[in-house]
Write a protein that binds this ligand. Sequence first.
Ligand SMILES: [Fe+2]
Ligand SMILES: [Fe+2]
Length: 493
Amino acid sequence: MTSRNRWLVVVIFALAMAWVESAVVFYLRTMLNRIDPYQPYPLPLLHGFGEAELVRELATLIMLTAVGWLAGTSVRTRFAYFVIAFGMWDLGYYAFLKVLTGWPHSLLDWDILFLLPLPWWGPVLAPALIATLMILFGTLVTQTGPGRVPAWPRRTVWCLCAVGALLALYVFMADALRVAPQGAKALRHLLPELFDWPLFLLAIGLMALPVLALLRQPSESGTPPAEPDARRWLDHFERNRANRPEPDWTAPVTVRPGALPAVIRSLEQFQLGDGGGPASLIAINADGFRNRTPELRAIVNHWFREEAGHARLLACAVDRLGGQRIDSHWSFTAFCLCRKWLGVRFELQILTLTELVSTAYYRVLQRHVGDTPIVAMCGLILRDEAGHVAFHRNRLVSEGCSPRGFLGELWRTQFWVCGHIAATVLWISHRACLTGIGGSRVEYYQEVRRELRRFVGALAADAQKRIIRSGRGVWQRDGGPDLVNERKPMPTV
Ligand SMILES: [Fe+2]
Ligand SMILES: [Fe+2]
């Protein structure tokens, strides 16, 4: 059975159990005329019911543990399926109780959550948040995709999560602890009035740490880690360096006069943004990536040398059109600050997306600008960017990233959303240029989507190949400049 189907069976089981639970509570509360548990004398003394309820709660936990045990194949996945079942059962319980009884009226209605060792009280929203975290955590652990090993948070994260759980327990039992010295009667009459939301939010923040840790630390591939194929990449950059036909900047300007000011403004900004800034990775932890091997450091240097080459070409174009080279712009400053402080993973993703959406820009520019040197410049830059994009794909596959499986779907979604945000930021700044030369918004976004789709599709195919190869025991390094689909023919200069 695939892990997706296994997840589904566990969820169906938990929801069926939730119906049984809510049906029992419906019968009990109807008999006792207290559909809403928050009313005077909330825990009446009824012969035999209390004991039966306590054993029923224990039996429920045993059933949830048993289904987790059967569904998982290791201690971690068994625990993960248990928490999925627990979370689904809890959310399903409230949903079905609402269907059967009309209660809870809102997520802030008080409920008695558990009876041991003292009654736990809290608004319905509180256990619902915890249940959601449980489902997320279990799903992230179990739905890692084929050939991947479930990730697991570090011990420190678990310790902080345990502190959060203890805090939450304290918040649920704070009033019971206060009246407990007055005896069982006081506990049966207890009706709390104030829920300590600030403390509970701190607790839920700590309990969310394992989920956040899993989102930050993707599951490991079952295949051995590898570096991008260094020799092939170094050869690729050397070939590119030797083959850089310079556009004829002395040729007469043939940009449509009406569009010229917008084209100049656009190229001025690109001259700064495409290689005109810092010629290296600038994230505070960039050395962790760059210094993995001397070859990787050399590849990164080649990559940024080509970017600096783009800035030089764009500066030539700006000079030729009579524009001004700029050395700062608020948007570029914000871009660099994000790159610096959000870490190298974020920086690499933001640079990949920038290269994908810039490719769309250069394509539209090349198609419509009608000026031979600028067309030639776009051709050179597009060729280089195709290599950079392929390098990023190779890098991601080497790190075990795959857009398949549940985590892969999450990654693909955020990549798609961030790609559209980057594309829109670029469009806002450069639409006057692209529409001025005869391009359109539809054409530009079509190019953006084509690039994003092609990147994710090729990444999925490469990741799959990697898994198949390692499954056969013939591990080969993926990658190298596989530019078959990406390289555009060099334009005639
Ligand atoms: Fe570039
Ligand atoms: Fe690039």
